[in-house]
Design a protein around this ligand. Structure first.
Ligand SMILES: Nc1ncnc2c1ncn2[C@@H]1O[C@H](COP(=O)(O)OP(=O)(O)OC[C@H]2O[C@@H]([n+]3cccc(C(=O)O)c3)[C@H](O)[C@@H]2O)[C@@H](O)[C@H]1O
Ligand SMILES: Nc1ncnc2c1ncn2[C@@H]1O[C@H](COP(=O)(O)OP(=O)(O)OP(=O)(O)O)[C@@H](O)[C@H]1O
Ligand SMILES: NC(=O)CC[C@H](N)C(=O)O
Length: 560
């Protein structure tokens, strides 16, 4: 008989808050191995990865491919073999086939083997999540005996829902909870997560370590900000937001169970900074993970293209950003001056390509067809489409992705031209209302976020912030000619989009009834445009991606 090992009184647990790439199984395994070497250097006994780390989260329909699941399992088996070295054990997420079922799972690796597998019970199926589509729910999990410590491993939504996963783990003997997460950013989410974890800590009387993924994946940004709470509700540690890290905490077994204090108490940024950094990280990862060397965008002298340029330079560095001013006869001297000043402040390339000739060429080609008609929006859209064509030509010639710049207010009411300024591969400000664009521009002029590659100082000239916004598609045009003032528009939109309020309730907030009805109408009739729009970073609880699935063909109007 082998002697029973005494249960340890300390456990050093490392959290790997890393940026995997969806589908890059070999790359993610290499990253995991590096993290384990780092954790070993820090003296870790156990290393906790985030949800579905091997595949990257969310893998979506990729998990419907048996070959993908097979490759994920092989990667986990290879990683398990590494643990024969006696170094840190590992908790790592991967999608797995189990007979006819597919699970969102974790494997616990130690001593050269997979010593346990647990499956996610509660599959989120709302907002941006679609897990019931591709995964089957696991059975209620029991704790895993890791070197004499019974650890409970609730996977992400298992701690959010009310299926009682944490409670079951406690009842079946778990001493500590380790939760791998793939939790996307929205404004204020760190507090929400703290509250979710605290609720489980209070209900179970167990401490919990919460590990979250980092990085951009299409529209989602995973912001990290992993943390742990002790059973007495004190914060054991807080890791940084928007940055990769492998951080260790030392847990001690006492009369009251396991507690930790590692002193790591990273600053969590305020909302404007957090939103800016989410947009920056989302753009950076979209461009880099999709293999673009550089980006190009139309710089008009307005606020939207200015903040997009700042975000691009911060995300990629000035040498990877090319701006183009595309003036027409309605472009003012002020715009030319502001655009140039902005590019100069950010240090990126600035070219001027006049669009007079191509626009006149289109209009001349159409002159017979348009004979006897009034000049109007059609001709204005030709300007926007000419700009779009030129930007796409530069994209094709130099392999630079076009950054498109429509903010959420414009995307809401269809104030953008299809195949014109809507051209582009990715939109970093798609989920920022116009007033937030102003707020973030002001914030960026006073600060440089950690990890930004751009310069400090006034990178968005003050005049761009102060002047009235205009598309300059006809003489003396301003946005307010056809839209309510942005503070009014944004409030109505937030009520309609984020809060799903009735038009009656919105009017009761003090808004003019015809304006509310008009905005609601514009919102509904612009659905077809949004369906054709480029993806962009999710910042709010409800973006125009998967969070809000309205029909295009829709006659409903809320008239009480
Ligand atoms: N339900 C539906 N399903 C599919 N397609 C539909 C459709 N309804 C219209 N369409 C098509 O869409 C076309 C209309 O869309 P589109 O060609 O884009 O043109 P449209 O929406 O009529 O005009 C563009 C609007 O954006 C404004 N704008 C343009 C450029 C920049 C800015 C700015 O400040 O940033 C603002 C401009 O002032 C104008 O109000 C129709 O001619 C029709 O072909
Ligand atoms: N003269 C121009 N030169 C270069 N790009 C332009 C020009 N006009 C428009 N664009 C491009 O088309 C987008 C839509 O711009 P527009 O001026 O019509 O309205 P906007 O939404 O207020 O944007 P912005 O605040 O950047 O001006 C701009 O963000 C820019 O990328
Ligand atoms: N991946 C998940 O299960 C995440 C769901 C969870 N509600 C979150 O947003 O963090």
């Amino acid at each position: 008989m082998t002697a029973q090992k005494a249960a340890p009184s300390t456990l050093r647990i490392a959290v790997a808050q890393l940026n995997p790439t969806v589908g890059d199984i070999a790359g993610n395994l290499a990253k995991a191995r590096e993290a384990r070497a780092d954790a070993a250097r820090q003296g870790a006994d156990l290393l906790l990865f985030t949800e579905l780390f091997i595949s990257g989260y969310p893998p979506e329909d990729l998990v419907l491919k048996p070959a993908f699941l097979k490759a994920c399992l092989q990667a986990v088996e290879r990683f398990a073999a590494d643990t024969a070295d006696g170094g840190p054990g590992v908790v790592i997420g991967f999608p797995r086939q189990a007979g006819a079922l597919r699970h969102n799972s974790i494997a616990v690796l130690d001593g050269g083997k997979i010593i346990a597998i647990r499956d996610k019970v509660d599959l989120p199926n709302y907002g941006e999540f679609d897990e019931k589509r591709v995964f089957d729910a696991g059975g209620m999990p029991g704790p895993v005996n890791f070197r004499g410590v019974r650890i409970g491993i609730p996977i992400c939504e298992d701690i959010w829902g009310d299926l009682g996963v944490c409670e079951t783990l406690k009842e079946s003997g778990a001493e500590i909870l380790l939760s791998p997460n793939g939790s996307p950013y929205y404004r204020g989410k760190v507090d929400v997560r703290h509250q979710v974890v605290l609720k489980q800590v209070i209900e179970t009387g167990l401490p919990m370590i919460y590990a979250n993924q980092l990085g951009g994946q299409d529209e989602l940004v995973f912001d990290g900000a992993s943390f742990a709470f002790n059973a007495d509700k004190s914060l054991a540690f807080q890791m940084s937001q928007f940055e990769e890290a492998v951080a260790i905490s030392e847990w001690r077994r006492g009369e009251e169970g396991w507690t930790a204090e590692n002193g790591l108490n990273s600053r969590i940024p305020e909302s404007d900074e957090a939103d800016y950094r989410a947009c920056m990280l989302g753009l950076r990862d979209y461009v880099n993970k999709n293999g673009f060397k550089n980006v190009v965008l139309g710089l008009s002298g307005g606020i939207d293209s200015a903040i997009c340029t700042a975000l691009a330079v911060d995300a990629l560095g000035e040498e990877r950003v090319r701006t183009v001013m595309l003036p027409y006869r309605y472009t003012s001297q002020e715009s030319l001056k502001d655009a140039e000043a902005c590019a100069k402040a950010l240090g990126c390339r600035y070219d001027i390509v006049a669009i007079e000739e191509p626009v006149e060429g289109f209009l001349s080609a159409l002159s017979d067809a348009f004979e006897g008609t009034e000049s109007g929006i059609t001709e204005e859209n030709v300007q926007s489409r000419t700009r779009g064509t030129i930007l796409m030509a530069i994209s094709n010639k130099f392999g630079s992705m076009v950054v498109t710049t429509g903010n959420k207010s414009e995307m809401s009411v269809g104030y953008a031209t299809l195949y014109g300024d809507m051209n582009g591969g990715f939109n970093p400000i798609k989920d920022l209302y116009k007033m937030q664009v102003y707020a973030l521009s002001r914030w960026r002029n006073g600060a440089v976020p950690p990890g930004a590659l751009g310069p400090s100082g006034e990178v968005i000239p003050q005049n761009i912030i102060d002047k009235a916004p205009s598309a300059e598609l006809r003489p003396n045009q301003t946005d307010q000619d056809s839209l309510p003032p942005y503070p009014v528009l944004d409030d109505i939109l937030e009520c309609l989009v984020e809060k799903e309020m009735s038009t009656e309730e919105i009017v009761a907030r003090g808004h003019d009834e015809p304006t509310v009805h008009r905005v609601e109408h514009l919102l509904y009739i612009a659905e077809y445009k949004r369906r054709q729009s480029a993806p962009g970073v999710k910042i709010t609880k409800k973006n125009f991606g998967r969070d809000r699935r309205y029909p295009i063909t829709n006659r409903f109007r809320d008239r009480g």
